[in-house]
Design a protein around this ligand. Sequence first.
Ligand code: GLY
Length: 349
Amino acid sequence: MSLETTFFFQDHSHDFIQFLNQKKYSKIFLLADSHTNGFCLPLLKQLIPEFCYSCLIVIPAGEAHKNIDVCQLIWNALLLQKADKHSVLVNVGGGMVSDIGAFAASTYKRGIDFVNIPTTLLAMVDASFGGKNGIDFDDTKNAIGSFTNPSAVYFNTHFLKTLPNSVLRSGIAEILKHSLLDSIGALDETLDLDINDFFQARSYRKSIAFKSAIVQIDPHDEGIRQSLNLGHSIGHALESFMLYAPKPLLHGEAVLLGLIYELMISHLIFQLPIEIVQKVIAFKDRIFADLKCPFDYIDIEKFIGNDKKNRGEIRMSLLEAPGTGRWQVPVSVQQLKTAITETKQFLAK
Ligand code: GLY
């Protein structure tokens, strides 16, 4: 099992092949979901011919399947096909596949190597590295899991071409979040980008470098890494609130809205300049013009205090200024209600 992760970008596919060869894995297992099996594996096998000879494990797509039953399916397949300590599991997909695949690999025979190949922008800039893995259990997201690093991550934007537009742009919110936490320069640069610029190496590689630097400082999420939860307290609450709506919110859409509301709370608590909130709203109107989610405090009340990081009270990761994140900030119900009302006025303009 790996302590360090090696990153390979699409212009260095050959190095990735060499890495796999040098590892002399006894068997390579590919884990795909029902989407990536059809859309991404044919392309992957063209790019990395070594994968033509691997054993395939396919799981159902969707966050609802990130559970112990599907994990058991992966363990069974590994056992049945005689995976040993020197085998590797290659997770091909979005965050759901890398979360469950990494968890299954890190527990199988006390841990075998795994490699992540993210196929969504969201997974490229966030879930595919940093060591967090897990499954949902008993209605709690990521209730069971561990910190275990992939041996390698292989990034290739060609996979993104297989995605519907809404899923494609969903990763933009995480890139925006990273630039808010990085610096005013990074933020202004991101806010100026056109939608297609986000899929270019320069933009997503900067985002990956930013998150990697934070993870290096705080691999176990005990301090500064929690700043990466910016936008996620309200984002997760909105995602849960909308779960059974005719058009549920995608994770990235919920995080974008969560960012806007949490920047307004940051304005109320830390005097974050209101111009930052306005600029991010203008960005949302340009890139996510169709994204609307009218809600009141009462709609998210039962989800907001429910965050596992909050220990029963409302604590959030906020932004004191661009480049200065704060975490575990107590937020009163009144502050939250005021921020929701004020943000709705700005959003309506
Ligand atoms: N997604 C935030 C983290 O990896 O800590």
